[in-house]
Design a protein around this ligand. Structure first.
Ligand SMILES: [Zn+2]
Length: 203
């Protein structure tokens, strides 16, 4: 019996309790981007109910083009306004070397993948990179409530990670030094200014 056969049997039992009549719009208007790690239950970690959030998972919880694709649909078509990035301690991606793993895949497949593995050593760095990618994306409707965290797989608790210039609320600090034109912060500042009808600092 394969694991798939096992899961098919479990599905028959679970379907008895499947809720009906729910709509596709997440009621909390938020998307979570999280690592696929088998030790983390995305719904249980936040005591979530079905229908409350979009939960996007991949290796590392990193922001790839496909995550931007999903977030674009989540925000433009399904009404979410906030994003949480959730990476974690003891991540499998931290055990990989980017170049070594890409070379392994190249040997295996005959050519290098077009995508980055996005391996990292420190999850703080990977959360910051993912936050920057979201804030730099021109496809997203809402950039002003985007916050990043590291989930501790031993305690189940979160540590927030900040990008330089952020305040603890996840909003940009307007008193901070104006960012250079074209930077991630300029893009976010422009989005905030557009919301409030105000001037864009440093623009
Ligand atoms: Zn992981």
């Amino acid at each position: 019996m394969t694991a798939i056969d096992d899961l098919l049997a479990r599905n028959l039992a679970a379907a008895e309790y499947h809720p009906v009549g729910m709509g596709p719009v997440p009621t909390l208007e938020i998307a979570l981007v999280m690592c696929m790690d088998a030790r983390i239950d995305g719904h249980a970690a936040f005591r979530l109910n079905l229908g409350e959030v979009h939960l996007l998972r991949n290796a590392g919880g990193v922001v790839t083009d496909d995550v931007i694709r999903s977030l674009s649909i989540s925000q433009h078509a399904l009404g979410t306004r906030e994003i949480m990035i959730i990476h974690h301690t003891d991540c499998g991606l931290a055990r990989l070397e980017e170049d070594v793993f890409r070379a392994h895949l190249a040997t295996f497949a005959g050519y290098r993948p077009t995508w980055s593995v996005q391996a990292f050593k420190d999850p703080h760095d990977s959360v910051r990179e993912s936050l920057r990618r979201i804030r730099d994306s021109p496809f997203l409707l809402h950039h002003d409530a985007v916050r990043g965290f590291i989930f501790d797989v031993n305690t189940g608790l979160l540590e927030e990670v900040f990008v330089d210039g952020d305040t603890p609320t996840g909003q940009l600090d307007p008193a901070a030094t104006p960012p250079p034109p074209g930077s991630a912060r300029t893009v976010v500042a422009a989005a905030i200014a557009a919301d409030s009808g105000g001037e864009v600092a440093g623009h």
